[in-house]
Every structure is written in C-alpha cells, then in structure tokens.
Design a protein around this ligand. Structure first.
Ligand code: VG1
Ligand code: CO
Length: 543
C-alpha cells in the first residue's frame, strides 16, 4: 500500500476546547481539516511509531469515514496497532476502559458528545492519554501549537477496512483489531456494583425507563440492563444509535429528554428514570415526579457509594468542577474526606484520580464518574443508583429528602445564553472581571456580595496552573452565581450562568427551585449587565 506525504498548510481554529476539537461537520469534512488535526495529535504526543491506539466514536454522521482516514494515517505514521470498536462504535467511558485494559498508548474518540449530529450539525475529535483520560492541558497545548506549523501529513492509500468484522488483520505493518464495544465494559461494571442485588430488584417488579436518546449508550444499556440484569424488554427506549440521533439533541437534561420527563411526571411513571448523552458519558437521574440535579446526584452517590462492592472500603476523596453546587462538599465534610474543586472539564480530574486522592467526581452538566475509568460514565452512574435503590429499599424522592434533611439543600439551576456574539460575550466577562475587586460588601438587589473572584486552579499533583476558569460571586445567606463561557460550542459564544442557593431550614427543603433562585438570578443579571451588554434578557435553555 503506497504511503504518501501530503503537503498541507496550517488551518486556523484548531484549538481544542473543554473536551477536544468540536466544529460543524462540514468544517471537519473540508479538505485536509481532519488530516491536519490528526497529524498534529500524532506529532504533539511525540509520534505514534510502535504505539497502540484505541479508536472509536459515538456513531454520529462521518464517524466511520473519519475512522478510515485515521487508520490510514496511523499506518503511515508507523503505529503498531489500532484497537477499534465494532462498527466504529465505542462510548467515551468504554474507550477509556479499553485504553487502560489493553495498556494502550492512548486513544482517539470521535464525538461531539451532546451536540446534535449530521451533515449540517456537529462533529468532534479528542485525544485521550495512556491513563484513559482526556489529554492534560500541557498535551493539548502541544497539539494546538503543532496545528499552527504543520506543513505535511502522512497517509496510506488503500481500501477501507470492514469495521463490522470482529477479529484481527493487518494493514501493511500495522495490526488492526476490531473488538466488541460492549463486552469489556459490561465485565467491568460487574466488578463495581452488585449485579445479583440489582437483578433481585428487577425480579421483584421494580420498573425503569432508560432513554438512550438514539445515541451510543443504546447497545450498552440493552446488554447490561435488559440482558444481564433482567429488566424487562422495553426498559431501554431509543436504544438504536443513529447518525443524527433521530434528529434529536442527545443531551440528557429536562429540556432535551422531554419524552422521559413527561413519562416520569405522569400518573403511571416507572420507579426510576435515566438518560444518557451522545457519547455515553453523561447521565440524568429522575424518580417519579422527582428530577435530581446532577450536583445533587453526585452528593447522593458520595453519601451512599459504600453500598456498592467497589466502594465498600469508603472513598479516598471526591472532586467537583467549580460551577457544580456545593452539595457534595457538605457530604464530604460529614464523611471526613477531602473535596477538591477543579475547573470545568474532565481533564482536570485525571491527576487526582491517578494519585488516588479522589474516588468519585462529577460536574453539574450531568457527568459523574469514579476511579474505574478516567472519563465520566453515564451508565455506571445509573448502575450505582440502582445498587443504592436496591440496598436501601427507598425511592428516589425519599433518598433525596433524607439527603437534604441531613445536609441542607443546594437549590441549583444553569441558564445558557446561546449563540451570543462572541465579542459581546467577551466584553461582558471583561467588564465583570474589572469590577471584581470592588464588589465585596456591595448590595445588589436584595443580596449582599460576600466574595467575588475569578477561579484559578493549582493542580495539587503536578503543580500546573489554570487561570480564567470562571467568575464566581458569593452572596451572604448562601447564594452563589458563576459566569463562564462554554468551550464546547460550534457557533458564537454560549454564556453559562450557574445559580445556587443553600437552604438548611427543614421546612423549606421542598420549594420550587425557580422561586428560591429568583433573588440570586436577578442579582446576577444586574451585576453582569448581561442584557445591556449582549441584548439578551432571557436564557435559551434552563437546566
Ligand atoms: C460542557 C460542560 C462541562 C463538560 C463538557 C464536556 O463544557 O459544561 O461540564 O465537561 O461540556 O462534556 P462547556 O465548556 O461547554 O461548559 V461532554 O459530555 O460534551 O464531553
Ligand atoms: Co458526553
């Protein structure tokens, strides 16, 4: 098979965001765009000669064609082996596990996660290192620097590989192994949660609805929940992955998982509801008439993880991203374990997990995970919930009520202002940043500012620093507002405004979150001058 060195010129805008490079699919399909980025990854990690790579994606439009290109480039760059999920499919947590299980040198995951898929929608690619986790900031910077100087890439010419056929074959000197995407992951789950206990729960008539949102978790959920744990067929809905996610938005939150929400708030709701996102790393948890915020879910899992076999000995510590509510901090405090606060994005949890400083971690955006992999893991979180439901015999709302009674409730909501003019969004953040030093003590609406700063992170393991990670304003009385710009969008800027209000009064633990958060929302809108600066008075999405 002839190898080619193809001349190219650097392409602007290949800077990875919160989770790899995400662009409109049409941009990824432009001549040299994907090839340039893949060569920059290879060069940025010091070459792939003799290395083993895991490759797979969420099955969105362009997944398979992109994998064929990556394979031919890996071959021309003298990789020793590529391990690929059958049909090009691997959920993000399954890819992370496979990298670790096979002691691979890294992996390429093709996904734009919860962003819609299709020729007119979004595509993405990210590199994970040998620990199975997203590349660190330092590695990401090297990849980006390389995109700016690239002048050629290497690619082999030749036939496409049949990604559907399990087994091992060779392209030139490179081995290609196609594996079942579900089997190893399902094995891992059995070592973490109590399968017999959950089986007994389902055998006793416990009902559940899992919405796979036409995305990658479908095959995993069918196998684990229905085939292995005995949940009745039909428990998993929208379980067939499709290249455009059934024209939906595979984002597991009350807005986009509306079918599931309607079912869970109906009179014949099942006992438990859950959903996952495009690449299977996020999860939404909902009981009958009881939506659980991701921040509360992390706190609940922290409080009860010891009920699952893998965590029986207790947790070494926990971590949450800065905008995630402080509910988990309160649980960690009562358990006497450390709670770390990191910038947004899973790459910041990797060092803490590798160093054994934390066992569980999570984000307000519906990501929860543990040290079993180095990514967030949607189905894992659902299984841990099932284990806890089975062990306690309590309902979702009973568990949440108990948690709030013991630790207080952090009412929480995120407001997204999407596709804002980038310059205006930047200007708003800059203006707010300039005020931070003088805000403490100021009265805004009905609230008084306690502290105001811009979050910076000093990694306690490798000493690396990350600045400008979001503006946080804490008010007297337990309210907090956080502002940051999204790093996963593909169009304009998305301003995220995160609102929180702690309530410890036992008679006020079951209020409507919108009402409780009104004061902090008004104060946040006022202090940021968001409407005047961006022309937006209301968010596009509230979760
Ligand atoms: C969003 C979330 C963040 C998450 C990231 C990747 O980033 O807020 O918590 O880690 O997506 O998740 P941003 O920069 O848009 O706020 V996924 O499931 O899209 O890989
Ligand atoms: Co995701």
């Amino acid at each position: 098979m002839p190898m080619q060195n193809v001349r190219t010129t650097s392409i602007e805008g290949q800077k990875p965001g919160t989770s790899g490079l995400r662009k409109k699919t049409a941009i990824f399909r432009r001549p040299h765009f994907l090839e340039n980025y893949v060569q920059s990854i290879f060069d940025g990690i010091g070459g792939v000669e003799g290395k083993t790579l895991v490759i797979g994606g969420d099955g969105r439009f362009f997944n398979d064609a992109a994998i064929q290109i990556i394979l031919r480039m890996a071959c021309a760059n003298s990789a020793a082996k590529c391990i690929i999920g059958q049909g090009g499919i691997l959920s993000t947590p399954a890819a992370s596990h496979l990298i670790r299980l096979r002691e691979a040198d890294g992996g390429l995951i093709l996904s734009a996660s919860h962003n819609p898929g299709g020729a007119d929608a979004d595509f993405g690619l990210k590199y994970n290192g040998p620990n199975g986790g997203p590349a660190s900031e330092a590695v990401t910077d090297k990849i980006y620097e390389r995109t700016k100087t690239l002048s050629f890439y290497k690619i082999a010419a030749g036939e496409d590989i049949n990604l559907g056929q399990l087994g091992t074959r060779k392209i030139e000197n490179m081995m290609v192994e196609i594996v079942d995407p579900v089997a190893d992951y399902a094995d891992l789950m059995q070592t973490i949660v109590d399968f017999p206990k959950i089986k007994t729960l389902f055998a006793g008539g416990f009902t559940m609805c899992f919405d796979a949102m036409h995305a990658v978790t479908g095959p995993y959920a069918h196998t684990v929940l229905e085939d292995m744990l005995g949940a009745p067929k039909g428990t998993v809905i929208n379980g067939q992955p499709s290249p455009d996610f059934g024209k939906g938005h595979p984002d597991p939150n009350p807005i986009w998982a509306k079918t599931l929400m309607d079912k869970m708030y109906s009179s014949n709701a099942p006992d438990f509801g859950a959903a996952s996102d495009g690449d299977g790393d996020r999860n939404m948890i909902v009981g009958p008439g009881a939506y659980v915020t991701p921040s509360d879910s992390l706190a609940l899992l922290t409080a009860h993880a010891h009920l699952a076999p893998a965590y029986r000995g207790g947790l070494s510590g926990v971590a949450r991203s800065m905008p995630t509510s402080r509910a988990v901090d309160r649980v960690a405090d009562s358990l006497g374990i450390a709670c770390f606060e990191t910038p947004t994005g899973w790459k910041f949890f990797g060092n803490l997990l590798d160093a054994g400083k934390v066992t569980l971690c999570g984000e307000e955006s519906a990501g929860t995970g543990s040290d079993h992999v180095r990514e967030k893991d949607g189905l894992w979180a659902v299984l841990l919930w099932l284990n806890i439901l089975a062990e306690t015999g309590k309902s979702v709302s009973e568990l949440m009520g108990d948690l709030w009674t013991a630790h207080g409730r952090c009412y929480y909501s995120r407001l997204d202002f999407e596709d804002v003019d980038s310059d205006k969004a930047e200007a708003m953040i800059n203006k707010l940043r300039a005020k931070l030093g003088s805000l403490a003590g100021a009265t805004i609406g009905t609230l008084t500012v306690e502290t105001a700063d811009e979050f910076a992170y000093l990694d306690p393991v490798d000493g690396s620093q990350s600045t400008n990670q979001g503006i946080r304003i804490a008010f007297e009385g337990g309210a907090r507002a956080v502002f940051r710009l999204s790093g996963t969008g593909t169009q304009g800027a998305t301003i995220r405004l995160y609102l929180e209000q702690l309530e410890t009064d036992p008679v006020r633990l079951h209020e409507a979150p919108e009402a409780v958060l009104t004061d902090v929302r008004e104060a946040a809108m006022s202090v940021s001058d968001l409407t005047a600066m961006t022309g937006r008075s209301a968010p596009d999405v509230i979760t």
